[in-house]
Write a protein of this length. Structure first.
Length: 174
């Protein structure tokens, strides 16, 4: 499958099977998030793998959007290692953490898809609640949960997955 086909066909899974994901696949998915380019190569992305019933229950306590995923990865960034741009006059004290973590999460999402593991990007939570629930240090900023698992018999893309704006509404030449 080409990358274009992978990107086009991948959808947010909301019907996970309970089968566990093999460790070798988890390792490849995490490696995909490790090797991504980050601002100045500071690599602030951090991954917390939630496999145990206790960890998954903790995730359910901070977001209703877990969709019974048998594995979740809490993607964060370390505020102490981000690239910062204090000279940006529009975004005061801009830092690269969210974009670096998002690049890593997206890459892990596509690697998972290539391995036959479906995913869903989850951002429906209060960051402070996540920090408190998982006892994260103050410098660890949660960006998203990546729910992962195999699809079940009800799996299919939601109808809105196929609604794309025309490129003329997104790309502009200056």
């Amino acid at each position: 499958m080409s990358f274009f086909e992978l990107a086009r066909d991948r959808y947010s899974e909301r019907n996970f099977d309970s089968r566990p994901i093999e460790q070798e696949k988890i390792d490849k998915i995490l490696e995909a998030g490790r090797i991504v380019p980050t601002a100045c190569n500071y690599q602030p992305q951090r991954f917390f793998v939630l496999k145990s019933e206790e960890a998954l229950q903790t995730a359910k306590s901070v977001t209703p959007f877990t969709y019974k995923a048998p594995l979740m990865i809490l993607v964060c960034y370390d505020m102490d290692t981000v690239w910062k741009n204090p000279s940006d006059r529009y975004y005061r004290n801009y830092n690269s953490g969210e974009q670096d973590a998002s690049i890593a999460a997206t890459t892990m999402m596509y690697e998972a898809e290539e391995l036959g593991v479906h995913t869903i990007w989850i951002r429906g939570f209060d960051s402070k609640a996540v920090v408190d629930a998982f006892h994260l240090p103050e410098n660890m900023i949660p960006v998203m949960f990546l729910g992962l698992g195999y699809p079940n018999e009800k799996s299919k893309a939601h109808a809105w997955h196929y609604r794309n704006k025309p490129i003329e509404e997104m790309a502009f030449e200056l």
